[in-house]
Design a protein around this ligand. Structure first.
Ligand SMILES: Cc1cc2nc3c(=O)[nH]c(=O)nc-3n(C[C@H](O)[C@H](O)[C@H](O)COP(=O)(O)OP(=O)(O)OC[C@H]3O[C@@H](n4cnc5c(N)ncnc54)[C@H](O)[C@@H]3O)c2cc1C
Length: 252
């Protein structure tokens, strides 16, 4: 089923100016229960959480994130960052797509979650708004970036030109269909991925927004090497090789 996203507004939101327009929210910890578990190929497990506490959940930006708070096999309480993939206010459900990888507590927890598994969802703390009127978007990312990319694809209009660069051969299978004119480039080799993006972005039009997320070292290279105005680009590190629970805020 195609996930959808509510456009509910939050009267708690306050607007501040920090290069890009941002909204800050009160952080509410919400007790939730897994309502459904779906595997998406070998790449993701999609958990749909439910709970009355979700009745006033708000996430306005496609690259917002929440903290998923859960217990690992040693009964330690851990928290990790995930993109709210879809929210249904009527059903009081929140969907999160967890990329599967062999080394992480959150990935392992999600893979073993069953209907009835409990968690706490906290946030989002803020939204960094991106103008919806760009005629062209470039999206760059690995499996962790795809939930945000999919969320954005669902909202783009039919005249928008979109180029998507993915690191991970099978990832394109998980892309949503979109009204926009979408071209997808998939790579299994990190170097090819990087070189192709850097060369594609050399000729990018000034009316393009470039958004990227993925592993720290790669994202740092893009930040340094992509020559595009800062207010039309957002590159974020969503994880870092060899480091647990890594998170770097956008544009730092
Ligand atoms: C704003 C934001 C939004 C995010 N949204 C999503 C999302 O929607 N879906 C999603 O799957 N992830 C998302 N992530 C990434 C996710 O938070 C990290 O991958 C997180 O580290 C996973 O936690 P873990 O407990 O599985 O691994 P950790 O305990 O954090 O790390 C353990 C080891 O696994 C490695 N590792 C961590 N993540 C990966 C990975 N993806 N692939 C390979 N190795 C990895 C680490 O380098 C470390 O060596 C997001 C991150 C941020 C900052």
């Amino acid at each position: 089923m195609r996930p959808s996203f509510s456009t509910a507004t939050n009267d708690k939101a306050s607007t501040i100016t920090f290069n890009l327009q941002s909204s800050l929210y009160e952080i509410t910890p919400r007790e939730v229960t897994v309502k459904s578990v779906q595997t998406l190929g070998n790449d993701y497990v999609r958990l749909i959480f439910c709970g009355e506490s979700l009745h006033d959940f708000v996430s306005l930006g496609f690259d917002d994130h929440v903290k998923v708070i859960f217990s690992n096999v040693n009964n330690e309480t851990l928290r990790r960052n995930y993109t709210p993939r879809a929210y249904d206010q009527k059903e009081e459900t929140l969907t999160i797509d967890f990329a599967l990888h062999p080394h992480g507590d959150a990935a392992n927890w999600a893979e073993n979650a069953a209907v009835g598994t409990k968690a706490i969802i906290a946030g989002p703390r803020m939204t960094l708004h991106i103008d919806d009127n760009f005629p062209c978007y470039y999206f760059i990312g690995d499996a962790t970036a795809l939930p945000a990319i999919n969320r954005k694809l669902e909202t783009l209009g039919e005249n928008t030109i979109v180029k998507i660069y993915l690191l991970g051969e099978r990832l394109a299978e998980h892309l949503m269909t979109s009204l926009a004119l979408v071209e997808v480039f998939s790579f299994s080799d990190e170097r090819m991925f990087k070189d192709n993006i850097i060369s594609a972005c050399e000729d990018v039009s000034a009316n393009t927004f470039i958004w990227g997320a993925g592993e720290y070292t790669l994202m740092q290279e893009f930040k340094q090497q992509l020559n595009h105005p800062k207010h039309k680009m957002r590159i974020a590190s969503y994880w870092r090789k060899g480091e647990e629970s890594f998170h770097q805020e956008h544009n730092k």
